[in-house]
Design a protein around this ligand. Sequence first.
Ligand code: PMP
Length: 423
Amino acid sequence: DQSVCAPLPVLGSDVTVPLVTGGEVTYAALDYAASAPALQRVWDDVAAYAPYYGSVHRGAGYLSQLSTDLFENARRTVAEFLGCRADDQVIFTRSTTDSLNLLARALPADCQVFVFETEHHASLLPWQDAHVTYLNAPRSPQQAVTTLERALADRDPHGPALVCVTGASNVTGELWPVRELAAAAHAHGARIVLDAAQLAPHHPVHIRDLDVDWVAFSGHKLYAPFGSGVLAGRADWLRGAEPYLAGGGASRKVTRRQDGGVDVEWHESAARHEAGSPNVIGAYSIASACKALTGAGWDALVAREQHLIAKVREGLAGVPEVRVLSLFGDDAPRVGVISFVVEGWNSSHFAAALSAEYGIGVRDGLFCAHPLVRTLLGSDPQTQGECGAPEAAPGEKSLNAIRVSFGAGTPDEHVERFVSAVR
Ligand code: PMP
């Protein structure tokens, strides 16, 4: 398709890897859902700033002030990128996992949490200390909404409640009906947090349009380097909670008491949950990625990704032994994350062969979403290992799957090589 734009330049696009069959080939990174390669533009921004970085919020020196400005500007850039409300907070964390654990620690007393069993473990597991209701896997976006509505209707309407939902599945790539789920949550007096780890790299995520209360995402999936993430949204629960970490930066005033103890006044701003020296390069690189994606234009990025998705899906459809995993069916809107099994093949061996024989990096396993993958495979948890690569005997059902995922930096050649390798 002539109208599809070129991929964005990313790091590692000319890395070559050896093949077992001899020779070498450029590496085809098709595991964006785990970690996307950093955009060249982000790396250039970081390299330009690196000689000047200094400690944030601490020093009187010029470089400390510069870094503090860049850190606080990064917060504003992220707030703009996410379409935050005026009084929302943007907290820099280590990752989506960190962001959701932070929110879990900020729940008001007696909060009920509702989460689909289909979630990534990062959004499935942090709520164990609250009263959690795990909702069964829906088989359509509409069923997701009715399942949630039914569960919320049964709850005590006076207490606080939180719904946690992913925007795009890290297994099937399917989009969840976030706006409708948010409307259902709010209609029943509950709040909602969006796990946008897989959505944000592929679609604009707008807090006000979606009408969600919080959004969490990770820098390393959004074409920035590792080590930084974001939790953005309503300030009240965050302000009312104990700091996520106790330490410097989160505390405004610490005084010694007559009885020998100490009194602490904590900040009410985002700093309350950012104790310790902040990861200024991490925050700066996320802001740079936000600007780069906005600058490239979402329409162009989405069009390019849909073009790659069509190539992969059509290619896989032509291989009778391949079964693509899907919760919502073939027509569901999706991002460039596709999991499948190949009849007669152990998924781990298959993924290893893609790497060793074709220089293609995909992922195999249960993708930190064990209940979902088991539902999709129709397999019995009792017979499985914990994670990784359990063996299926010939003729038995697969116990794990293969995942191919791609995005803004993926050239056509990578997905073409993948399809022809699977064939
Ligand atoms: N949620 C989803 C949907 C994910 O795909 C992932 C990462 N695979 C996470 C949360 C956790 O992200 P991180 O590992 O960066 O904390």
